[in-house]
Design a protein around this ligand. Sequence first.
Ligand code: C5P
Length: 308
Amino acid sequence: MSSRWTARAHSKVNLHLGVGDAREDGFHELATVFQSLELHDEVSFTPGPETEIVVTGPHAAGVPTTPDNLAWRAITAVAAALGKPEAATGTLRLTKNIPAAGGMAGGSADAAAALLLANQALSEEIGCAPVAHKMLYHIAADLGSDVPFTLMGGTALGRGRGELLTQMLARGHYTWAIITNAEGLSTPSVFRKLDELRAAGRGSSPHLDTEAVGKALVNGSPHELAAAMHNDLQAAALSLRPDLRKVLDTGEAAGALKGMVSGSGPTCAFLCEDADTAHEVVAQVCADNRGTRGLVTTGPASGAALVE
Ligand code: C5P
Protein backbone atom coordinates (compact mmCIF):
# COMPACT_ATOMS: atom_id res chain seq x y z
CA MET A 1 0.00 0.00 0.00
CA SER A 2 1.19 3.55 -0.77
CA SER A 3 2.23 5.70 2.16
CA ARG A 4 0.53 8.92 3.08
CA TRP A 5 2.82 11.93 3.31
CA THR A 6 1.96 15.15 5.16
CA ALA A 7 3.46 18.65 4.96
CA ARG A 8 2.90 22.09 6.48
CA ALA A 9 2.19 24.98 4.12
CA HIS A 10 3.03 28.31 5.78
CA SER A 11 1.35 31.61 4.91
CA LYS A 12 3.25 34.88 4.38
CA VAL A 13 3.02 38.63 4.78
CA ASN A 14 4.79 41.20 2.64
CA LEU A 15 6.58 43.58 5.01
CA HIS A 16 7.34 45.72 1.99
CA LEU A 17 5.66 45.43 -1.39
CA GLY A 18 7.09 47.75 -4.00
CA VAL A 19 5.45 47.44 -7.42
CA GLY A 20 7.19 48.74 -10.54
CA ASP A 21 5.85 49.01 -14.07
CA ALA A 22 3.91 46.31 -15.87
CA ARG A 23 6.21 44.16 -18.02
CA GLU A 24 5.51 42.86 -21.52
CA ASP A 25 4.47 39.48 -20.08
CA GLY A 26 1.78 41.25 -17.99
CA PHE A 27 3.59 40.79 -14.66
CA HIS A 28 4.89 43.71 -12.62
CA GLU A 29 8.48 44.10 -11.53
CA LEU A 30 8.56 43.79 -7.72
CA ALA A 31 10.86 44.67 -4.85
CA THR A 32 9.25 42.89 -1.94
CA VAL A 33 10.20 41.60 1.50
CA PHE A 34 8.41 38.38 2.38
CA GLN A 35 8.12 36.90 5.84
CA SER A 36 6.56 33.49 6.49
CA LEU A 37 4.04 33.06 9.32
CA GLU A 38 3.25 30.23 11.73
CA LEU A 39 -0.31 30.17 10.35
CA HIS A 40 -0.31 27.16 8.03
CA ASP A 41 -2.43 24.70 6.08
CA GLU A 42 -1.87 20.98 6.39
CA VAL A 43 -1.45 19.16 3.10
CA SER A 44 -1.27 15.40 2.59
CA PHE A 45 -0.85 13.18 -0.43
CA THR A 46 -1.31 9.43 -0.86
CA PRO A 47 -0.49 8.06 -4.31
CA GLY A 48 -3.21 5.70 -5.59
CA PRO A 49 -5.11 4.73 -8.73
CA GLU A 50 -7.93 7.26 -8.24
CA THR A 51 -7.59 11.05 -8.13
CA GLU A 52 -9.42 12.82 -5.34
CA ILE A 53 -8.98 16.32 -3.88
CA VAL A 54 -10.54 16.83 -0.45
CA VAL A 55 -10.62 20.30 1.11
CA THR A 56 -11.62 20.85 4.76
CA GLY A 57 -10.90 23.39 7.54
CA PRO A 58 -12.11 26.88 8.53
CA HIS A 59 -11.16 28.47 5.19
CA ALA A 60 -12.19 25.64 2.82
CA ALA A 61 -14.95 27.67 1.15
CA GLY A 62 -14.25 28.45 -2.51
CA VAL A 63 -11.08 26.33 -2.77
CA PRO A 64 -11.27 24.21 -5.96
CA THR A 65 -11.47 20.41 -5.61
CA THR A 66 -10.75 19.98 -9.31
CA PRO A 67 -7.37 19.28 -10.97
CA ASP A 68 -6.90 23.00 -11.65
CA ASN A 69 -6.18 23.44 -7.91
CA LEU A 70 -2.60 24.81 -7.87
CA ALA A 71 -1.49 22.10 -5.41
CA TRP A 72 -2.68 19.39 -7.80
CA ARG A 73 -0.88 21.15 -10.66
CA ALA A 74 2.27 20.96 -8.51
CA ILE A 75 1.86 17.17 -8.22
CA THR A 76 1.38 16.87 -11.99
CA ALA A 77 4.49 18.98 -12.63
CA VAL A 78 6.64 16.85 -10.31
CA ALA A 79 5.43 13.61 -11.92
CA ALA A 80 6.40 15.06 -15.33
CA ALA A 81 9.82 16.12 -13.99
CA LEU A 82 10.34 12.58 -12.65
CA GLY A 83 9.71 11.34 -16.22
CA LYS A 84 6.40 9.62 -15.39
CA PRO A 85 3.46 11.99 -15.88
CA GLU A 86 0.96 9.13 -15.58
CA ALA A 87 2.08 8.64 -11.93
CA ALA A 88 0.23 11.82 -10.91
CA THR A 89 -2.79 10.11 -9.37
CA GLY A 90 -3.86 9.75 -5.74
CA THR A 91 -5.59 11.56 -2.91
CA LEU A 92 -4.68 15.14 -2.01
CA ARG A 93 -6.08 16.52 1.25
CA LEU A 94 -5.92 20.20 2.17
CA THR A 95 -6.84 21.47 5.64
CA LYS A 96 -7.32 25.18 5.01
CA ASN A 97 -6.43 27.47 7.91
CA ILE A 98 -5.11 30.21 5.60
CA PRO A 99 -7.82 32.46 4.15
CA ALA A 100 -8.33 31.81 0.41
CA ALA A 101 -7.91 34.70 -2.08
CA GLY A 102 -6.67 36.76 0.84
CA GLY A 103 -3.20 37.97 -0.10
CA MET A 104 -1.46 35.50 2.24
CA ALA A 105 -0.30 33.07 -0.45
CA GLY A 106 -2.47 30.21 0.83
CA GLY A 107 -2.83 28.57 -2.59
CA SER A 108 0.87 29.10 -3.32
CA ALA A 109 1.85 27.60 0.05
CA ASP A 110 -0.30 24.52 -0.62
CA ALA A 111 1.43 24.15 -3.99
CA ALA A 112 4.88 24.44 -2.37
CA ALA A 113 3.92 21.75 0.16
CA ALA A 114 2.53 19.58 -2.66
CA LEU A 115 5.86 19.87 -4.51
CA LEU A 116 7.68 18.36 -1.52
CA LEU A 117 5.00 15.69 -1.01
CA ALA A 118 4.89 14.62 -4.64
CA ASN A 119 8.68 14.56 -4.89
CA GLN A 120 8.93 12.27 -1.88
CA ALA A 121 5.89 10.08 -2.52
CA LEU A 122 6.14 9.66 -6.30
CA SER A 123 9.91 9.07 -6.43
CA GLU A 124 9.41 6.32 -3.82
CA GLU A 125 6.43 4.94 -5.77
CA ILE A 126 8.28 4.99 -9.10
CA GLY A 127 11.56 3.85 -7.52
CA CYS A 128 13.69 6.70 -8.86
CA ALA A 129 15.76 9.56 -7.41
CA PRO A 130 13.76 12.63 -6.33
CA VAL A 131 13.94 15.87 -8.34
CA ALA A 132 16.83 18.11 -7.15
CA HIS A 133 15.87 21.01 -4.89
CA LYS A 134 17.01 23.58 -7.47
CA MET A 135 14.66 22.03 -10.03
CA LEU A 136 11.78 22.21 -7.52
CA TYR A 137 12.36 25.99 -7.33
CA HIS A 138 12.08 26.24 -11.14
CA ILE A 139 8.82 24.29 -11.07
CA ALA A 140 7.64 26.50 -8.18
CA ALA A 141 8.31 29.69 -10.19
CA ASP A 142 6.35 28.28 -13.15
CA LEU A 143 3.37 27.60 -10.89
CA GLY A 144 3.14 31.16 -9.49
CA SER A 145 5.10 34.18 -8.30
CA ASP A 146 4.70 33.42 -4.56
CA VAL A 147 5.32 29.65 -4.74
CA PRO A 148 9.16 29.84 -4.52
CA PHE A 149 9.01 31.96 -1.35
CA THR A 150 6.46 29.71 0.33
CA LEU A 151 8.83 26.81 -0.43
CA MET A 152 11.78 28.68 1.10
CA GLY A 153 10.19 30.49 4.09
CA GLY A 154 11.90 32.71 6.65
CA THR A 155 12.47 36.32 5.55
CA ALA A 156 13.55 37.10 1.99
CA LEU A 157 13.86 39.83 -0.60
CA GLY A 158 11.88 38.99 -3.74
CA ARG A 159 12.75 40.60 -7.10
CA GLY A 160 11.55 39.95 -10.64
CA ARG A 161 7.88 39.00 -10.34
CA GLY A 162 8.63 37.83 -6.79
CA GLU A 163 10.39 34.57 -7.70
CA LEU A 164 14.02 35.76 -7.52
CA LEU A 165 14.80 35.32 -3.83
CA THR A 166 17.61 36.36 -1.52
CA GLN A 167 17.40 35.35 2.13
CA MET A 168 17.60 38.36 4.49
CA LEU A 169 19.12 38.69 7.93
CA ALA A 170 16.17 39.13 10.28
CA ARG A 171 16.31 39.34 14.05
CA GLY A 172 13.30 39.29 16.31
CA HIS A 173 10.01 37.49 16.38
CA TYR A 174 6.92 39.43 15.39
CA THR A 175 3.29 39.12 16.49
CA TRP A 176 0.53 39.67 13.95
CA ALA A 177 -3.21 40.15 14.18
CA ILE A 178 -4.66 38.96 10.88
CA ILE A 179 -8.11 40.12 9.81
CA THR A 180 -9.74 38.15 7.03
CA ASN A 181 -12.73 39.10 5.00
CA ALA A 182 -15.76 37.13 3.85
CA GLU A 183 -15.36 38.47 0.30
CA GLY A 184 -12.03 37.90 -1.52
CA LEU A 185 -10.20 40.21 -3.94
CA SER A 186 -8.68 38.99 -7.19
CA THR A 187 -4.93 39.66 -7.42
CA PRO A 188 -4.94 40.58 -11.15
CA SER A 189 -7.72 43.12 -10.58
CA VAL A 190 -5.72 44.87 -7.82
CA PHE A 191 -2.60 45.10 -10.02
CA ARG A 192 -4.79 46.42 -12.87
CA LYS A 193 -6.32 49.01 -10.55
CA LEU A 194 -2.84 50.22 -9.55
CA ASP A 195 -1.94 50.65 -13.25
CA GLU A 196 -5.17 52.61 -13.78
CA LEU A 197 -4.54 54.86 -10.76
CA ARG A 198 -0.98 55.53 -11.88
CA ALA A 199 -2.09 56.27 -15.46
CA ALA A 200 -4.47 58.86 -13.97
CA GLY A 201 -1.62 60.39 -11.96
CA ARG A 202 -2.87 58.88 -8.70
CA GLY A 203 -1.84 55.81 -6.70
CA SER A 204 1.47 55.13 -5.06
CA SER A 205 4.62 55.70 -7.15
CA PRO A 206 6.91 52.63 -7.18
CA HIS A 207 8.68 52.16 -3.82
CA LEU A 208 11.44 49.80 -4.91
CA ASP A 209 13.85 50.64 -2.08
CA THR A 210 13.61 48.04 0.70
CA GLU A 211 16.47 49.46 2.80
CA ALA A 212 14.32 50.80 5.67
CA VAL A 213 12.64 47.43 6.23
CA GLY A 214 16.01 45.68 5.89
CA LYS A 215 17.55 47.89 8.61
CA ALA A 216 14.55 47.43 10.93
CA LEU A 217 14.87 43.65 10.55
CA VAL A 218 18.59 43.74 11.36
CA ASN A 219 17.78 45.70 14.54
CA GLY A 220 14.86 43.41 15.39
CA SER A 221 12.65 46.25 16.59
CA PRO A 222 8.90 45.93 15.91
CA HIS A 223 8.51 49.72 16.31
CA GLU A 224 11.12 50.38 13.63
CA LEU A 225 9.61 47.71 11.41
CA ALA A 226 6.13 49.25 11.83
CA ALA A 227 7.47 52.63 10.71
CA ALA A 228 9.15 51.09 7.64
CA MET A 229 6.35 48.80 6.37
CA HIS A 230 4.87 49.77 3.00
CA ASN A 231 2.58 48.30 0.35
CA ASP A 232 2.22 49.89 -3.11
CA LEU A 233 -0.90 47.78 -3.74
CA GLN A 234 -2.74 49.19 -0.71
CA ALA A 235 -4.16 52.26 -2.48
CA ALA A 236 -5.50 50.05 -5.28
CA ALA A 237 -6.98 47.52 -2.83
CA LEU A 238 -8.65 50.36 -0.88
CA SER A 239 -10.00 51.86 -4.08
CA LEU A 240 -11.69 48.52 -4.92
CA ARG A 241 -12.70 47.86 -1.32
CA PRO A 242 -13.18 51.16 0.60
CA ASP A 243 -14.49 49.16 3.60
CA LEU A 244 -10.90 48.07 4.33
CA ARG A 245 -9.99 51.65 5.39
CA LYS A 246 -12.18 51.25 8.47
CA VAL A 247 -10.64 47.84 9.23
CA LEU A 248 -7.17 49.44 9.18
CA ASP A 249 -8.28 52.42 11.30
CA THR A 250 -10.05 50.28 13.93
CA GLY A 251 -7.02 47.98 14.27
CA GLU A 252 -4.59 50.85 14.75
CA ALA A 253 -6.96 52.55 17.21
CA ALA A 254 -7.09 49.24 19.14
CA GLY A 255 -3.32 49.40 19.69
CA ALA A 256 -1.62 47.84 16.63
CA LEU A 257 1.76 49.42 15.79
CA LYS A 258 0.80 49.37 12.11
CA GLY A 259 -1.95 47.91 9.95
CA MET A 260 -1.45 47.16 6.29
CA VAL A 261 -3.31 45.40 3.50
CA SER A 262 -1.55 42.04 3.10
CA GLY A 263 -0.26 41.56 -0.47
CA SER A 264 -3.19 42.32 -2.78
CA GLY A 265 -5.70 42.04 0.11
CA PRO A 266 -8.39 41.96 1.32
CA THR A 267 -6.70 40.42 4.37
CA CYS A 268 -5.21 43.10 6.64
CA ALA A 269 -2.12 42.36 8.75
CA PHE A 270 -1.48 44.29 11.97
CA LEU A 271 1.96 44.27 13.55
CA CYS A 272 1.50 44.29 17.35
CA GLU A 273 3.81 44.66 20.31
CA ASP A 274 2.60 41.48 22.01
CA ALA A 275 -0.01 38.72 21.84
CA ASP A 276 -2.40 40.46 24.27
CA THR A 277 -2.56 43.55 22.04
CA ALA A 278 -3.01 41.36 18.97
CA HIS A 279 -5.99 39.59 20.58
CA GLU A 280 -7.46 42.99 21.49
CA VAL A 281 -7.05 44.16 17.87
CA VAL A 282 -8.87 41.04 16.61
CA ALA A 283 -11.71 41.51 19.12
CA GLN A 284 -12.27 45.19 18.32
CA VAL A 285 -11.92 44.96 14.53
CA CYS A 286 -14.29 41.97 14.33
CA ALA A 287 -16.83 43.70 16.61
CA ASP A 288 -16.85 46.83 14.41
CA ASN A 289 -16.57 45.39 10.89
CA ARG A 290 -19.12 43.01 9.41
CA GLY A 291 -17.82 39.97 7.55
CA THR A 292 -14.42 39.98 9.25
CA ARG A 293 -12.73 37.16 11.17
CA GLY A 294 -9.44 37.37 13.00
CA LEU A 295 -6.55 35.30 14.24
CA VAL A 296 -3.19 35.86 15.93
CA THR A 297 0.02 34.42 14.53
CA THR A 298 3.79 35.03 14.59
CA GLY A 299 6.67 35.21 12.14
CA PRO A 300 9.12 34.36 10.81
CA ALA A 301 8.35 30.67 10.35
CA SER A 302 9.82 27.98 8.11
CA GLY A 303 8.95 27.30 4.50
CA ALA A 304 6.93 24.29 3.38
CA ALA A 305 8.08 21.28 5.38
CA LEU A 306 7.33 17.58 5.49
CA VAL A 307 5.88 16.44 8.81
CA GLU A 308 7.31 13.25 10.32
O1 C5P B 1 2.08 34.60 -10.31
P1 C5P B 1 0.65 34.57 -9.93
O2 C5P B 1 -0.13 33.54 -10.72
O3 C5P B 1 0.42 34.42 -8.46
O4 C5P B 1 0.05 35.98 -10.31
C1 C5P B 1 -1.32 36.21 -10.35
C2 C5P B 1 -1.59 37.51 -11.09
O5 C5P B 1 -1.14 38.62 -10.33
C3 C5P B 1 -0.87 37.64 -12.42
O6 C5P B 1 -1.60 37.05 -13.46
C4 C5P B 1 -0.78 39.15 -12.59
O7 C5P B 1 -2.02 39.68 -13.02
C5 C5P B 1 -0.58 39.62 -11.16
N1 C5P B 1 0.85 39.78 -10.83
C6 C5P B 1 1.55 40.85 -11.38
N2 C5P B 1 2.87 41.01 -11.08
C7 C5P B 1 3.51 40.18 -10.23
C8 C5P B 1 2.81 39.10 -9.63
C9 C5P B 1 1.48 38.93 -9.96
O8 C5P B 1 0.98 41.64 -12.15
N3 C5P B 1 4.79 40.38 -9.96
